[in-house]
Write a protein that binds this ligand. Sequence first.
Ligand code: G3H
Ligand code: 13P
Ligand code: ZN
Length: 312
Amino acid sequence: MDMALVTTTEMFKKSMEQKFAIGAFNVNNMEIIQGIVDAAAESKSPVILQASSSAIKYARINYLMKMVEAAIEEHPDIPVALHLDHGPDFETCKMCVDAGFTSVMIDGSKYSFEENVELTKKVVDYAHAHGVVVEAELGKLAGVEDDVNVDAKDAMYTDPDEAEEFVRRTGCDSLAIAIGTSHGAYKFKGEAKLRFDILAKIKEKLPNTPIVLHGASTVIPELVNMCNEYGGNIPGAKGVPDEMLKQASQNGVSKINVDTDLRLAMTAQIRKVFAEEPSVFDPRKYLTPAREAVKNTVSHKINDVFGSCNKA
Ligand code: G3H
Ligand code: 13P
Ligand code: ZN
């Protein structure tokens, strides 16, 4: 292989200097990978492909590695990192480091502070010895389904002092924080609200640490409507508006994670074909527009929201 995957070190350095964010898009199959890298290449943007442990089980790690290898061979002109999303334990992180991932996330956010430090440090020691960078998480991402009172909600946000201590003690390369986002299609009951004041305090304490925003899909209303129009049932879905993501990109967030919007984009197109052309049974007839929808969604984020176009 002539071209190689890169770590996120250089792209994050540039993102902090020039105040833009890099999209980290979740991958599960060939069409999603192609849609993402085609969009990134067209916009001359760095990009992070990330796979969760369940995505790795689904795609199978050998297929995943070969597909990503093909993607970077086709697009040698843009920096591409391969990242483990929400690594649940040391063993999964080790497996990905050994397989050739250039970045891993260890998600110790469900543990106590001390347990999270210990687990993250163990992953950092192994990953760094193999030239791989590590994302860790501090704080909890609550969803609308998490029925918590205001005090409890405050306790879930990342504490800026703890963040500083956590990064110092673990040596992690980037930090995922909780400032009000959550995973999935139902992020807010009323108005969308992110704690930019907490982000600013964290950046004050950690000016040189790339900050990561999980649960950052917009839950694009046109895609939700299209899914519902063609037989879907996802009422009341709501995400983080583009304006807030733009604000985050310009104020210290270096990596923005997107999965739900890609799921919606694919599903909306597939539903449309199924509804309008019931005689179709060639998968290429619905996977082609689905792949195109992934590409268009990624293009929109890179060009209109994250500001990473022409930063390759
Ligand atoms: O944050 C989770 C990502 O959306 C991945 O989800 O574990 O269903 O692949 P998954
Ligand atoms: P969304 O569900 O908002 O797309 O978030 C994805 C994510 O955080 C992956 O780690
Ligand atoms: Zn996440």
